[in-house]
Design a protein around this ligand. Structure first.
Ligand SMILES: Nc1ncnc2c1ncn2[C@@H]1O[C@H](COP(=O)(O)OP(=O)(O)OP(=O)(O)O)[C@@H](O)[C@H]1O
Ligand SMILES: [Mg+2]
Length: 255
């Protein structure tokens, strides 16, 4: 079996407030294969964002192993981690996190400033990505001149511009109406299917989760593969039917 692109072994994480420890994740183990599209669900406060941030190298665990894209990221220094993130992770947020004073194209170009690309190459690359998300005609617009769905598409273009190994999305449709949410999910499915991008998406919305190949639930510090109606519904989507059949029902976890 090929190496999973994400591998967590016995990962634990607590937050500390003064003397008090707030346990969030207890011994989480999870493998995600390259090319997967995983939805992560669970009640508010269950630690979904915490888990996503650990996978993306935005936070560090108290204990356990985290390998992502061939790297033991727990062992990296802050500077190494920042460099690793820039190369491997495309992060999509609920509220887009675009720079308000920059145009769509400048926002998409932003992650490329850390690379050695020329200004011309950066501009061309940003244009290409805006084209991919269907927003070539909005490249001069500032975020305030775009709809929520369009802003999220700019954010997806920005997440993709460095050609990351892994796309992590924290409630990417949480702020959108149903139609815009469906557009964003279709776009994520297309990136996953056509560009073979591995996607890990946190969502509260069962409809959104059904865009994924597999659904996992986080609750009380523990992670479980979804079963029952949710999984069945997920496996009925034409895009994922074959994958579900091949994987015996969509469970991608080893544990
Ligand atoms: N910086 C912090 N300091 C202390 N506690 C924190 C911190 N960040 C998160 N927590 C706590 O950790 C728990 C998990 O938070 P997290 O944001 O991961 O939950 P979540 O599942 O993403 O919730 P939501 O669905 O509401 O976004 C919560 O109980 C939260 O209060
Ligand atoms: Mg969250």
């Amino acid at each position: 079996m090929p190496e999973p692109i994400v591998s967590l072994v016995d990962v634990a994480k607590s937050y500390h407030r003064g003397q008090q420890a707030v346990p969030v994740l207890a011994r989480i183990s999870l493998d995600i294969a390259e090319g997967e599209f995983l939805a992560l669900m669970g009640p508010s406060g269950s630690g979904k964002s915490t888990l996503l941030n650990l996978i993306a190298g935005l936070d560090r665990p108290d204990s356990g192993r985290i390998h992502v894209a061939g790297e033991d990221i727990v062992g990296l220094s802050e500077a190494q981690l920042a460099d690793w993130r820039a190369r491997h992770i495309g992060f999509i947020f609920q509220f887009y996190n675009l720079m308000p004073v920059l145009t769509a194209q400048e926002n998409v170009e932003l992650p490329l400033l850390l690379t050695g690309l020329s200004a011309r190459a950066r501009r061309d690359r940003a244009e290409l990505l805006l084209q991919l998300v269907g927003l070539s005609d909005r490249s001069d617009h500032r975020p305030s001149e775009l709809s929520g769905g369009q802003q999220q598409r700019v954010a997806i273009a920005r997440a993709l511009v460095t050609d990351p190994t892994l796309i992590v999305a924290d409630e990417p449709t949480g702020d959108l109406d149903r139609e815009s949410a469906a557009d964003i999910l279709a776009l994520l499915q297309r990136l996953n299917r056509d560009l073979n991008k591995t996607v890990v998406m946190v969502t509260h919305d069962t409809r959104a989760a059904q865009a994924a190949h597999a659904i996992m639930h986080l609750d009380k510090g523990e992670l479980q593969a979804a079963s029952g109606p949710e999984l069945v519904a997920s496996c009925q989507l034409p895009v994922v039917r074959e994958i579900c059949a091949a994987s015996g029902g969509g469970n991608i976890a080893d544990n």
